[in-house]
Write a protein that binds this ligand. Structure first.
Ligand SMILES: C[S@@+](CC[C@H](N)C(=O)[O-])C[C@H]1O[C@@H](n2cnc3c(N)ncnc32)[C@H](O)[C@@H]1O
Ligand code: SF4
Length: 374
């Protein structure tokens, strides 16, 4: 069965249709001449610094919050996508290389056995690699092998701070195995390993135990983002924290991290403008702050397919999901990199955000404004 590319639009991935109707509003507000001027300025002559990719769509876990793997339906929808390593390599050759290639957007990167061959071939084409992983497929030997590459950062995802929480929120994984892998990673990569968690109502208590756990392992940083609510997370009964409940939780978590000597970061791009400002006040400026986006991520390829994301400016990781629906089923890695990044809808999105106009889809996600940059 050919899965409808529209079926998972409510997975939080914004569609071309969203942006085309925003563009109509944008042209009404700014006028044809100004809109054309912004469109002209949106032309990218290079790939952005960070290009996020997946080599396949498989995962060993079934985390209930995950829009790609959190239900049987979602897993079936996204299953069975595999990119050819040669296509991936030739894509980055055509691009003339990039700063950072980031693995792990919708899948578990270390499930792909030939990832090592891929890293070998991509190393001359980028300054560094970045990974998002649940760490379970890694072994002590493969972690040592990984240390031979230029690794900038490894985000190890875990939405719990104890075995009980792990069994629920990282369904399919064993906490004792996770602990063991995390320890190997900490020993090999030190502060390049960051413990990453999505925060929601149900895992908040378990996550409060993470700082003590990290200290014991020898890690120093915990990064959290707000749960991105999708059909799958709602179906699994998960609710995001926001408003006063979120702010008092962040204060408590900050105190816990301070006690254990752990640095806490909270993804600003996943705070609403009100929560960003309230968190700033409640923590004496240590969390939260301004209410603007500083960057955005755009995924210009069709879903389900190999996932390819571009970041323009700033350092937004795990943003709201970007733009879906590049109208092709062809692997994006077979395409011309600059043509992809300059595809018509991507340029419209860039033109709007460069002008400081917030597309509706972005307002629905976190409501922050884009700071005009031209
Ligand atoms: C989809 S995973 C792919 C990489 C790898 N399997 C992992 O778990 O890190 C990429 C990131 O998305 C995050 N994520 C998944 N579903 C989410 C949701 N509903 N809200 C916020 N973050 C989510 C995960 O925590 C993970 O850090
Ligand atoms: S490990 Fe990552 S990709 Fe796999 S189910 Fe969990 S969040 Fe999704």
């Amino acid at each position: 069965m050919d899965p409808s590319p529209l079926k998972y639009n409510d997975a939080g991935v914004l569609t071309h249709e969203n942006f085309i109707s925003d563009w109509t509003k944008f042209v009404e507000v700014y006028g044809n001449a100004k809109a054309a001027e912004f469109l002209e300025k949106s032309n990218a002559t290079d790939l952005p610094d960070v290009v996020s990719i997946d080599l396949a769509s498989d995962c060993n876990l079934k985390c209930p919050m995950c829009r790609y793997h959190g239900s049987d339906d979602a897993r079936a929808h996204y299953a069975g996508r595999h990119a050819e390593i040669d296509d991936v390599v030739s894509f980055f050759e055509k691009a003339g290389g990039v700063e950072t290639i980031a693995f792990g957007v919708m899948s578990e990167p270390f499930m792909r056995k030939d990832i090592w061959d891929c890293l070998e071939k991509l190393q001359p084409l980028c300054k560094s690699f970045e990974f998002s992983t649940n760490a379970l497929p890694l072994t002590k030997t493969s972690i040592q092998k990984l240390a031979r590459f230029n690794v900038k950062i490894i985000h190890v995802s875990c939405d719990a701070g104890d075995a009980e929480g792990y069994a629920k929120w990282r369904a399919g994984g064993k906490f004792s195995q996770f602990q063991e892998k995390l320890k190997y990673l900490a020993d090999e990569f030190g502060d390049r390993v960051v413990f990453h968690a999505a925060l929601y109502e149900q895992n908040q208590e378990s996550l409060l135990k993470a700082p003590a756990f990290l200290k014991e392992i020898g890690l120093g940083e915990l990064e959290m983002v707000r749960l991105f609510e999708t059909t799958v997370s709602k179906m699994n009964g998960l609710k995001r924290l926001e408003g006063p409940g979120l702010i008092s939780y962040l204060v408590k978590m900050l105190e816990t991290c301070d006690r254990e000597g752990i640095k806490l970061t909270y993804g600003l791009h996943t705070l609403s403008p009100e929560d960003a400002e309230a968190a700033y006040r409640a923590t004496g400026g240590r969390l939260g702050c301004q209410s603007y986006h500083e960057a955005m991520s755009i995924h210009p390829c069709s879903m389900p397919w190999d996932y390819l994301g571009f970041q323009f400016g700033g350092n937004v990781k795990f943003c709201c999901g970007g733009v879906d629906g590049f109208p092709t089923k062809e692997s994006p890695f077979k395409m011309n990199p600059l043509a992809l990044v300059n595809s018509p809808v991507v340029r419209m999105v860039r033109a709007m955000t460069l002008a400081g106009f917030t597309p509706t889809g972005c307002s629905l996600n976190c409501g922050k404004k884009y700071r005009p940059t031209i």
